[in-house]
Design a protein around this ligand. Sequence first.
Ligand code: AQP
Length: 334
Amino acid sequence: TPRVFSGIQPSGGLTLGNYLGAIRRFVQMQEEDYETVYCMVDLHAITAKLLDPAELSHNTRELAAGFIASGLSPDKSILINQSQVPEHAQLGWIFNCVARMGWMSRMTQFKDKAGKNAEKVSLGLFGYPALMAADILIYHATHVPVGEDQKQHLELTRDIAAKFNHDYGVDFFPMTEPVIEGAATRVMSLRDGSKKMSKSDPSDASRINMTDDADTIAKKIRKAKTDPDALPSEVAGLADRPEARNLINIYAALSDQSVDAVLRDVGGQQFGTFKPALAELAVAKLGPISEEMARLMADPAEIDRILAKGAGQAREITAPILKRTYEIIGMVGS
Ligand code: AQP
């Protein structure tokens, strides 16, 4: 069976972007013919800044609760916390030695996150994509469901696998395929249609959090930036209207319709009519998930048990792959 791996950082609370761009697809793939491994990438979550320890633990458990509440099942998928499966970091080191500085300097996410302050960011932020390649390849995963923003990191994952295979003359690490599908592979900020919706945006109004209550969701959508025109009835009419396009994409994804189908229904409407309908849809879809998250968070010990079980299952896959990697490299004792 082909194997799927993907992860999300517990660097803050889950957003609608994470849900539509990643988690919904995780759930679908769990139900398809794949073996699925999904990860809270806590080692990645400290690359941007060292979090308060209690906050990191809370975020990690809440992310696990978000996975489960969205439909991931510990009986069908392996659910893990990255640091509990040490082979991720061990292979990550090897990949630090495979990846080239030049490759890493071209990563747009690094450039965006480092901004003008590249001297001040952590070495971990620079090396992030090599650890991400290890997260995937320590499972020999072939399919990685992600949002559009991760495409370049997946190309780098293939470059790392190819260089390792080539330099050691082996055919060991597979070439992984990104799975980027659906109407909302890039959900944009509600305040700025040119910026991705992000957990770490300083403005809370820019995103919908999975834990937002109905009133907050409705208010954020009502205040979302838009233009004064009515909605078009065809996709071409969304060109150069990034904010309108974003709200339509979100509507399409949440209602499981194509953008064309949505526009056939809502074309001609003003935002004053469309926004309340979108808010109602978002509350209907997200409300039950956030209620279930809250219920799961009331029993953190149960979440910890699920993650411990997942780590045990994961290591049955990762330990032999790491051992074989070390043998290929010539490490004594492996
Ligand atoms: N706005 C988005 N639209 C679609 N997909 C998105 N993803 C993130 N934002 C959007 C997808 O969610 C998965 C997990 O992302 P991550 O937590 O590992 O890191 P990120 O991409 O850096 O997400 P954030 O929310 O922007 O976090 P911060 O602010 O901490 O950097 C990935 O599959 C991603 O594509």
